[in-house]
Design a protein around this ligand. Structure first.
Ligand code: GCW
Length: 682
């Protein structure tokens, strides 16, 4: 019945330890909820589910606080002065969990400033219980660091998911919404349990059918979905077709300065908000990879975004405008065009021109979610513009959920990257949380990795990426280890060996994947179009602008000011200088910034060619070891998940050999330089 696979980290496994069980049970004899709303209903429902499952009790909620021990749910308004709490310390989604023991009563308060805070507090308490922690002296105050914590779906209404590796869409099939929407509620529970508060439900590439999502034919269904998410504190957004006025509006233009176009969108916004009063707003991919946009009318991105923003503004809606804009019709001979430069070149000059309800959504790197690339220099470069991060949870370039690649350590590195935008101590996380420039709106979004597979994510261990994304977005200061341990405990239970092994496997996996794939930050080297598996020259002569320029002498992209594309100058001085000079450029990004001979010596002491050989042999060995490490856990977790994961790890180990051999052979043949250790190169 796939029970464990489906439940993901909300297992709520029965507590076997008798004294812990007794201790927990005493708290749940009296449950009171002083507030009421659909969101509070969800909190109550989740608590009851967790309690009956973990403790085997079936309590009910009353509306007032009773004597003896108990749990009390409330908000700043409903709690009045029953407990001294300074609600001023909480932001809109913040909460307090506090155990208060007096002579007559012991109470655990779950208090939110708003209803969502109560829901998050309920999930937090359940997490503590899943982790078997004591509840006797809780004193917790939590505020999310990021205002928008969002998931972007690339789901199409035919049921397919662009870059999806876990089955089909849970929202649509056959160009319609699914009749059965139950699964969406379980999805909402998973998201809400890690603090996600926004979701866009259709692909940023908005095709013909999806263009209709903002019409009266589909809005009632969108509203149904939005109602499910609303009960879990999640706002619904839609990706829109920039050329809607032409496609569905009977207008001849989508010129943002045309008054007819402006009117059409204003009316459209009004209509949408009639169906969904708390609609989040629009995600827009414009003038990118053949999608329509304002360029057609000689207008810029600010013109386009502001036109939509004006329409949404009266209702509090946001425009999330993507910065993934570049020339995708390049010629490899043209060394002056550099895709990495594109987002900055397009958007930086527009700083200060965007309306307050526009947020620019910027991919973490300037290329496209590679296993390793530089951090986008656009972060911090637009002081007067709302910016948010776009990560990719779905593993397009990182093994497509057939390989284990846990991305939390990568995301942390990016969030911690010091941009020097306001001198030392200006990390990306302080730009996207809005604090560095006091931005009105900000946050982190990521492309979903889930589908209708019974375990949501194809690779069961890829559930950790979704969990980790949420937790990290709530608080970017959590360590990878904390998040990983939490996830493992909740997902597989509190067995020391399991927690230790699984956590360490996750933490090692990104490096392992990098080892046997593309080296030193150069990226790509994948099969065109589906992007799975090695193909060193797969994109080398194509129009997409993703080159490595390997020849018989050397490899890498010269992005220096001195001799290359000048990209390094897009960073603030400290980083620009560091990347510009070969001596200071970090090894792991060497080929992203420089073209060097194969004999160039890295800071590690190895030559580039020897590094390629070494990491590829080592990576395969590490991938094989992952399988062995997993087999230690047989019998310690349920058989279904054990075998599912084992199968994927075996596939990974095999496929890593293909990577190793194709990459090693290619560079051996190009360079003519032997492996110092004379290992087998085909
Ligand atoms: O690189 C590309 C992906 C596309 C995706 C695009 C984007 C949704 O391969 O599948 O389109 O990025 O982010 O817009």
């Amino acid at each position: 019945d796939h029970k464990e696979s489906y439940a993901a980290w909300l297992q709520y496994k029965k507590i076997e330890d008798f004294s812990l069980l007794e201790n927990y049970q005493k708290w749940f004899e009296n449950l009171a909820s002083l507030a009421d709303s659909v969101v509070i209903e969800s909190a109550k429902k989740e608590l009851l589910l967790g309690l009956s499952s973990m403790l085997g009790v079936q309590p009910t909620f009353s509306t007032e606080r009773k004597a003896a021990a108990g749990i009390v749910l409330g908000t700043s308004v409903s709690i009045a002065n029953q407990i001294e709490i300074d609600f001023e310390q909480l932001n809109d989604d913040g909460y307090v969990i506090k155990t208060v023991t007096t002579e007559e009563k012991s109470t655990i308060f779950l208090l939110g400033k708003e209803d969502t805070g109560v829901l998050y507090a309920a999930f937090h308490l359940l997490r503590l219980m899943q982790n078997r922690e004591s509840m006797d002296h809780l004193d917790i105050l939590e505020n999310p660091k990021n205002q928008l914590r969002m998931i972007n779906h690339w789901d199409n209404m035919d049921g397919s998911i662009e870059r999806g590796y876990a089955g089909n869409s849970i929202f649509y099939s056959g160009n319609k919404f699914n009749d059965e929407l139950n699964r969406i509620e379980d999805y909402a529970r998973l998201l809400s349990s890690v603090g996600i508060n926004g979701v866009s439900i259709n692909n940023v590439n908005v095709h013909k059918v999806e263009t209709d999502l903002i019409t009266s034919s589909l809005l009632p269904k969108v509203a149904e979905v939005a109602a499910i998410f609303r009960a879990y504190g999640i706002k619904t957004f839609l990706s829109v077709n920039y050329a809607s006025t032409i496609e569905i509006g009977n207008l001849e233009t989508a010129d943002p300065l045309d008054t007819g176009v402006q009117e059409w969108w204003k009316n459209k916004a009004k209509e949408i908000y009639r169906y969904i009063p708390d609609f989040g707003g629009f995600i827009v991919k414009a003038d990118s990879e053949h999608r329509p946009g304002p360029f057609t009318y000689n207008r810029n991105h600010a013109d386009g975004a502001n036109m939509l923003a004006t329409a949404l503004e009266p209702f509090g809606g946001l425009v999330v405008w993507r910065c993934f804009v570049y020339n995708c019709l390049q010629d490899w001979r043209d060394r002056s065009t550099d895709r990495a430069r594109a987002a900055y070149d397009h958007f930086k000059p527009l700083d200060g021109q965007f309306h307050p309800n526009v947020i620019l959504q910027i991919k973490n790197g300037p290329m496209d979610f590679q296993v390793r690339e530089a951090v986008s220099p656009l972060f911090g470069a637009m002081e007067q513009t709302n910016q948010m991060m776009e990560f990719q949870i779905t593993q397009e370039y990182t093994g497509q959920q057939r390989h284990l690649c846990y991305l939390v350590p990568q995301w942390k590195e990016i969030l911690d990257f010091d941009t020097f935008a306001k001198g030392e101590g200006s990390p990306v996380k302080n730009i996207v949380d809005g604090s560095l420039f006091q931005s009105r709106h900000s946050g982190i979004a990521a492309v979903s990795n889930i589908g209708n597979d019974y375990n949501w994510t194809g690779h069961t261990l890829a559930q950790a990426n979704l969990y980790g994304f949420g937790r990290l977005t709530w608080n970017p200061d959590l360590s990878s280890e904390t998040i990983t341990n939490e996830w493992t405990l909740q997902t597989f239970g509190k067995d020391e060996l399991v927690v230790q092994q699984v956590s360490q496997m996750l933490l090692d996996s990104w490096r392992i994947y990098e080892n046997y794939t593309s080296p030193l930050g150069v990226g790509w080297m994948v099969n065109p179009s589906h992007h799975y598996g090695p193909n060193v020259d797969g994109y080398e002569y194509s129009v997409w602008g993703t080159y490595h320029f390997a020849d018989y002498q050397g490899i890498g992209v010269d992005r220096t000011v001195k001799a290359g594309t000048g990209y390094t100058a897009q960073y603030f001085k400290e980083n620009a200088d560091r990347y510009e000079a070969l001596e200071t450029c970090p090894d792991e990004l060497l080929l992203f910034f420089h073209h060097v001979p194969y004999t160039h010596r890295l800071k590690s002491g190895e030559t580039v060619i020897q590094h390629i050989y070494n990491t590829h042999f080592e990576g395969v060995q590490q991938a094989e070891e992952l399988t062995e490490r997993w087999t230690l856990l047989e019998g310690k977790i349920d058989q279904e998940r054990y075998e599912d994961i084992l199968k994927r790890l075996q596939e990974q180990a095999n496929h890593s050999k293909e990577w190793r051999d194709i990459i090693n052979t290619y560079f051996y043949r190009k360079s003519g330089i032997n492996d110092e250790k004379y290992r087998t190169i085909y």
